[in-house]
Design a protein around this ligand. Sequence first.
Ligand code: DC
Length: 218
Amino acid sequence: MTHRTIVAPHIVIAVDGPAAAGKGTLSRRLADHYGLRHLDTGLTYRATARALAERGLPLDDEDVAARIAAELDLSDLDRSVLSAHEIGEAASKVAVMPKVRKALVEAQRSFALVPPGAVLDGRDIGTVVCPDALVKFYVTASPETRARRRHDEILGNGGNADLAEILADIERRDARDTGRTDSPLRPASDAHLLDTTEMGIEAAFEAARNLVDTALER
Ligand code: DC
């Protein structure tokens, strides 16, 4: 009797886009649906910034920051701690350092290589981290929509926030992410654009699922 071994395909899905566009929700939904692991790569930049601050190390010494980045444990990224606003600000500063990016990209690629594959979300997944991903998405929404979503989320969690301040912050973050020299935020040439301004995140998930299913059939 002959046995046929069915080997599940190794799937990598890249999800990029600016802050608060809905990448995280979309990525978690896709990971759940396809039984893949999920990595929010923004947390790796945030964890590097936090580890520097915790140890009383400077934020602007590239070699020190790169050493800390290389020691990160990706299985121990606590979103509830790392999502703090000040950590996001500090993260966007270490994210401009090429040596930090190199160390984190290496760790992110190792994560993507573990079977059965993964959904990675960030700013440079389709362009730099996983250029051979099966499917790439670039998720965006107008700055006003993203600010409103973030505002609603903070109020929903019982917090307090000023919409105009959030919008200014999002615009500042966009400028830093798109303007840096190393791996700036931009869609990969083969990325599918998903603008969640009008369609909403649920419709974006349905569209993304159809595109992944089509890619898997090929
Ligand atoms: O998505 P986030 O707010 O958690 O990201 C924090 C910072 O890290 C943000 O300024 C962009 C940066 N980042 C990056 O440069 N590359 C990634 N792949 C992910 C995040």
